[in-house]
Design a protein around this ligand. Structure first.
Ligand code: GCV
Length: 656
């Protein structure tokens, strides 16, 4: 580039095509409204297509123009241009028009005010509340830039297991300081609202959403927040879930609670994001069914500025589950996708797992609610039911670790989430290739090595942790490692035994008509497919069916042998990842090599732990020998059961 023109139209004059000297091999960054008529012929652009956040990049006569209707569109365009250059795209005849199809593209931090991070494996929270508002850590700016570079436009700063103190003036001032940094990068701040805040910090005797004083408290509180943060995004709420207070404490409904807050933020253009992750220890029905049963009857009752945020799967962010049946089942309500980027159930920050594969699988699942092709992606981007607002949230994997995410490859999950939130139809394989090019190099040999490794890594973790549809076999509380034997008194639905139901007769959760019939929450087509053993995909087999140990799998193996071989396959896949990484050694920097090599060694050790501990335990029911190809565990079951991890990261103290 010989020259760079950033034309912001501040002088209220239009930028002449000839002034910009497009023949001069320059870069011009200018809003559509700043371009004079001379440009239109060259561009042939219908600027309406760009909307509020889209951009258009075009090479004209050897120079490059980035244009958009808004400042943030320009920023997104410039980031994309830089990424395209970095990824080696030829700019000679370059042309790209891109707009996001999802409105709210958010990170949800589960960061506590003491800087611990629930389910955080990358150090402590970035937010240094003690030094805010005066001290603006450079990392806040870097965080905002990184997010803007992948199109994230919202961040909820604090844990959904919320502390009401964040709504007090002392913390609002601090949150406002962060909002001031993020604003320049198009990122709005959201806060988690503890439902009982009117009592805890407001001195009221109730938090009943139908009580006039409570309603008024929220109205006043919201006014105060908007004074601090004029572009405040709104509230994210976890209510009546896992001990959090909510409207049901007062015999009221989720609609009563959400709409009370929605009324408070409505005058300012704010939204309420109300989580559907609810299940009750008093409810004896299958946990997988409870959110649907509790929310679907309220379809159409929420105010227009309420989004119901639904986890991608019915139980809880497992390595693999079928998609959540609420997607498609609430045509009158915007359903916001909630993915977990932090790897609570996928090896913390020691395992290399490329999550866009998981996200893509969910988004491309067909709900069939309006016939074939009614994918979850179309529910989430709002196109299936013609929604005026749409959203996708990712539970952040960011902390104050030097490399932000604990594992260098976990950055690919943050990046990939951003790409999919911008465009839920994006392909995991494209994201993998782009990330490798932007992070490591354009070297084709390296891409050929790393891309398959990334794309296969998710299946590997499924195989060595929870194969064939098994789920939630994690040791309770911290969720670190295998614990299928855990059967604590207290909440059955926190125990692995609740989910695998292994006994002498077999294993699996019967969710067909002979069991909990969770199948009925899916469309007829899917209920038939999943319910029929001949058509149920084997990756969901034990999620829907309880089957005898000698049940015959598609490949002719018995269930017991097939299960054991899947665990073994997962371990072998990690060994292959290590071999791949060795082959990449000469193409990447030595420190990059070493860091990931050490992590892969941990991953292999833990994959073997998962295999051996799980199989030894299930063997006590099956009574069968391990098949050929699966090595005999070196330790016994008692050893694995004796392992305790009181200081595993990310745990909530009260869960210990
Ligand atoms: C924030 C799971 C996690 C909890 C988390 C909860 C939720 O149960 O283990 O740490 O709490 O999901 O999403 O609300």
């Amino acid at each position: 580039m010989r020259s760079i023109w950033v034309y912001l139209g501040l002088l209220n004059q239009k930028l002449n095509f000839s002034d910009a000297m497009m023949k001069d091999n320059s870069l011009v960054v200018a809003k559509v409204s700043s371009l004079n008529e001379g440009w239109s012929l060259k561009l042939g652009l219908d600027s309406e297509k760009l909307g509020k956040e889209g951009f258009y990049i075009k090479t004209i006569d050897g120079s490059v123009l980035v244009t958009a209707n808004t400042d943030i569109g320009l920023l997104y365009g410039v980031f994309r241009l830089l990424q395209s250059i970095q990824a080696g795209h030829d700019l000679k005849d370059f042309q790209m028009l891109d707009t996001p199809t999802v409105d709210l593209r958010m990170l949800n931090h589960w960061d506590n005010l003491d800087r611990t991070v629930e389910r955080g494996y990358a150090g402590f929270s970035l937010w240094n509340w003690q030094k805010l508002p005066e001290y603006i850590d450079q990392r806040y700016i870097d965080y905002a830039r990184a997010n803007a570079s992948i199109g994230i436009n919202g961040t909820s700063l604090t844990n959904v297991n919320a502390n009401a103190l964040v709504l007090t003036p002392m913390y609002l001032e601090k949150a406002a300081a962060l909002a001031n940094v993020f604003r320049k990068y198009g990122i709005k701040v959201y806060l988690t609202a503890r439902f009982s805040a009117p009592m805890e910090i407001g001195g009221l005797e109730t938090a009943d959403p139908l009580n006039a004083d409570v309603q008024n408290w929220w109205i006043q509180k919201t006014r105060e927040i908007y004074k601090w943060i004029p572009d405040f995004g709104g509230f994210l709420v976890k209510a009546n879930s896992e001990g959090q207070p909510g409207p049901r404490n007062y015999g009221r409904t989720h609609v009563d609670g959400a709409n009370m807050l929605a009324k408070a933020v409505e005058p300012y253009g704010g939204v309420v994001i109300w989580r559907a992750f609810v299940y009750s220890e008093e409810d004896e029905t299958d946990r997988a069914k409870q959110a649907y049963s509790e929310f679907v009857p309220y379809d159409g009752k929420f105010m227009d500025n309420v989004l119901v945020q639904v986890k991608n799967d019915p139980i809880d962010f497992q390595p693999r589950e079928p998609f959540h049946p609420m997607f498609g089942a609430m045509p009158e309500t915007p359903l916001m996708m909630e993915f977990q980027i932090t790897q609570e159930y996928l090896g913390f920050s020691s395992h290399l797992v490329f999550l866009p594969k998981l996200f893509e699988e969910v988004l491309q699942s067909d709900t069939y609610v309006q016939g074939k092709g009614s994918t979850v992606a179309k529910v989430v981007d709002g196109s299936l039911h013609d929604k005026s607002i749409s959203g996708m949230a990712g539970v952040s994997n960011i902390g104050n670790d030097l490399n932000w995410t604990g594992h260098p490859f976990a950055q690919a999950n943050w990046f990939g989430f951003g790409r999919l939130a911008w465009n839920p139809e994006a392909k995991a394989s494209d994201i993998a290739e782009e990330w490798i090019k932007l992070t490591y190099s354009q070297n084709q040999e390296l891409i050929d090595l790393l891309k398959p490794m990334l794309l296969d890594s998710r299946e590997a973790v499924v195989n060595y942790m929870n194969p064939l549809g098994l789920h939630h076999l994690f040791d309770t509380g911290h969720h670190y490692g295998s614990g299928p034997w855990v059967n604590n008194p207290g909440r059955p639905d926190w125990n692995p035994t609740y989910y695998h139901n292994a006994d002498a007769n077999g294993i699996g959760f019967d969710r067909t008509t002979t069991g909990s019939n969770a199948l009925e929450q899916y469309s007829k087509e899917l209920a038939e497919t999943f319910g029929n053993l001949r058509t149920c995909p084997e990756e969901y087999l034990l999620w829907f069916h309880h089957l005898p140990w000698d049940y015959t799998l598609n490949n002719g193996n018995t269930l017991w042998d097939g299960l054991a071989l899947k665990y073994q396959e997962g371990v072998e896949q990690v060994s292959e990842m290590i071999a791949t990484w060795e082959n990449a050694r000469n193409i990447i920097a030595d420190n990059q090599y070493k860091e990931v090599k050490m992590l892969l060694d941990i991953q292999l050790k833990e994959a073997k732990w998962w295999r051996d501990a799980s199989l030894l335990y299930f063997q006590t029911f099956s009574g069968k020998e391990l098949p050929d190809g699966v090595p005999k565990p070196k330790k016994d079951l008692e050893y694995y059961k004796s392992l305790k991890f009181p200081f595993a990261p990310g745990i909530r103290p009260q869960w210990d």
